[in-house]
Design a protein around this ligand. Structure first.
Ligand code: SF4
Length: 563
């Protein structure tokens, strides 16, 4: 491992600007300190009788934006959650996997007859440290604003989190073996989240690059990351990513199982898959994508499609079913899978193995047939207190997007929806991150809980760091736009302060409040190089120039009226 610490601990000013600082909010029920970033504003901004000289932000960057933190990728991040659970009742040391994690811990599992899932605790009326953490985190330290701004959404309480998790309408992916994690929640009554996929392939990239991409994605705003590695060193790559990830990590375990049988789908067995689940569970993977809804009865319809089966996991299981003329073992062994998930508190993302890969295939018989099966599996997982989210498409034209949300909620009992896009056209090569964000914004505004990002390299190649940045930020925009549509008071406040900063030419505030302060600052500086030190005093930009700046003229007119 030769990852340069310099690249992982790049000063936060390089990302967020000099006015960003790390803050921590103490819990009331548990010994937790919830990390956020706060932007110091250059002047006060007043709305609804409240004045803001700073704005706290939801922060996914973990210790990487904390100047007080020591970052050493060879040691990994501090085991934050271990400090909250002195002795985890109902657990026992596990020796089921031969691998030892690099954080030196002995992996834990639920003892026989015990359940350690957040859902189990919630259903028993318990507010865990993780539930309190996400409640404080969702509020961004803006409880007073939420109560007085006239918003239809009150502040989130730990009890509300508990009730949503108990009902299955939200999940907190947090494997008991991922103590480095800062808990987050996925559900339609919370902020819209985004996931960034990383992972090497058989054709390129190294562990170093993938760890750097993971950290990079978190710093730009990824709420979870999925390690989709398919090449060599899968276990080691995942170990480094987990130990250095402050956000939940998801995987598709069938990929590693397939590596174990030399890439020959027909040779997959339940035993190989089960052992792979346990191996990853003991490393600390927080959620598994499992394509258990790809049933034999749906395959003929999928075969007739324009683009067949485009999910990797879906195509692997379809090939296995056809070769053996048997039902998908992920379906027939689903209850045994749930027993494993329960022992480590791993959430299941029930995969949409038959998602449409082209708009011609959107909302077809195979897709919605599988979705009904995902609903059936949701109930089976809930019987064992396993937290569930449902994966969704794919390629869907705008006029068919809403139906996906309606049917998912109906068939899957309001379990959180987690979708890839959808991409709303098939011709976006090179710009599919924007294509995906268009569909994602619409779907999230209707209730989708998490968007899986797409990078500009979608359909073309393995994304590099720059592609990850583009993909994350474009999908943060989509998620934020949906939060506005869903009346999230913190999102509205963020926009209002930005607009006021823009109208008063408070350039530093505009940079610091944007999703990519580094780019906003750089492009502003490049557009007026002659301004030099006077740049921040300019009341226009090079877009319209001083004589045609409508904001400037509008402000001057208002100031004249006031006089
Ligand atoms: S010059 Fe045009 S684009 Fe630039 S701040 Fe003024 S109105 Fe906006």
């Amino acid at each position: 491992m030769t990852t340069s610490p310099d690249s992982l601990s790049t000063p936060e000013q390089n990302f967020y600007g000099p006015c960003s600082r790390k803050i921590h909010i103490d819990g009331r029920l548990h010994p937790i300190r919830v990390a956020m970033r706060e932007i110091e504003l250059s002047k006060p901004y007043s709305f609804n009788g409240q004045t803001f000289t700073s704005l706290p932000l939801y922060d996914t960057s973990g210790p990487y934006s904390d100047p007080a933190a020591e970052i050493d990728p060879e040691k990994g991040l501090p085991c934050l959650r271990d400090e909250w659970h002195d002795a985890r009742p109902g657990t026992e040391p596990s020796q089921k996997s031969p691998h030892r994690p690099m954080n030196g811990r002995t992996p834990l599992r639920g003892a026989e007859g015990s359940s350690v899932t957040q859902m189990h605790a919630a259903r028993n009326g318990v507010v865990t440290p993780e539930m309190e953490y996400v409640a404080i985190r969702e509020n961004q330290h803006l409880e007073e604003w939420m109560e007085t701004s006239g918003s239809v959404r009150p502040p989130v309480t730990a009890e509300f989190v508990r009730d949503e998790v108990a009902r299955g309408r939200a999940i907190i992916p947090a494997n008991i073996n991922h103590p480095e994690l800062e808990p987050m929640i996925i559900g339609k009554n919370f902020r819209v989240k985004i996931n960034a996929n990383i992972g090497n392939s058989a054709l390129g990239s190294s562990i170093d690059e993938e760890v750097e991409k993971a950290v990079w994605a978190c710093r730009w705003g990824a709420d979870t990351i999925m390690d989709l590695s398919t090449g060599s060193n899968i276990h080691q790559t995942r170990e480094w990513i987990l130990r250095n990830s402050p956000v939940p990590v998801g995987t598709v375990p069938i990929y590693q199982a397939l590596e174990k049988v030399g890439g020959i789908a027909e040779e997959l067995t339940w035993e190989i898959y089960r052992d792979t689940l346990i191996e990853q569970a003991e490393q600390g993977v927080d959620y598994f994508t499992i394509h258990a809804g790809v049933l034999q009865e749906y395959l003929p319809a999928a075969t007739e499609r324009m683009t067949g089966i485009v999910s990797r996991g879906g195509s692997i299981m379809a090939k296995w079913c056809k070769a053996h003329n048997r039902e998908n073992f992920l379906y027939s062994r689903f209850d045994e899978i749930c027993e494993i998930l329960t022992a480590y508190d791993i959430a299941i993302s029930i995969g949409d193995g038959l998602r449409p890969g082209s708009i011609a295939d959107a909302n077809d018989e195979a897709q919605f047939g599988e979705l009904k099966t995902l609903g059936e599996l949701t109930l089976r997982a809930w019987e064992q207190d396993v937290q569930v989210m449902i994966e969704g498409p794919g390629h869907v034209p705008m006029n068919l997007v809403a139906e996906n949300m309606t049917k998912q909620q109906e068939y899957c009992h309001e379990a959180p929806f987690y979708t890839l896009g959808p991409l709303v056209t098939d011709i976006g090569a090179g710009y599919d991150h924007v294509n995906s964000a268009i569909g994602g914004t619409l779907l999230a505004s209707l209730g989708c809980a998490m968007l899986c990002y797409v990078t500009p390299k979608e359909h073309l190649g393995l994304p590099n760091k720059d592609d990850v940045r583009e993909g994350v930020i474009v999908h943060k925009l989509a998620a934020h736009a949906a939060d506005l549509a869903r009346h999230h008071p913190a999102a509205w406040l963020h926009d209002n302060i930005m607009s006021a900063a823009r109208y008063s030419f408070a350039w530093d505030d505009q940079f610091n409040l944007s999703l990519d302060p580094a780019r906003a600052r750089k492009w502003r500086e490049e557009s007026s190089p002659e301004a030099g030190d006077k740049l921040n005093e300019e009341r226009f930009c090079s877009m319209c120039g001083p004589d045609f700046c409508s904001m400037k003229k509008s402000r001057e007119a208002a100031e004249t009226r006031q006089k």
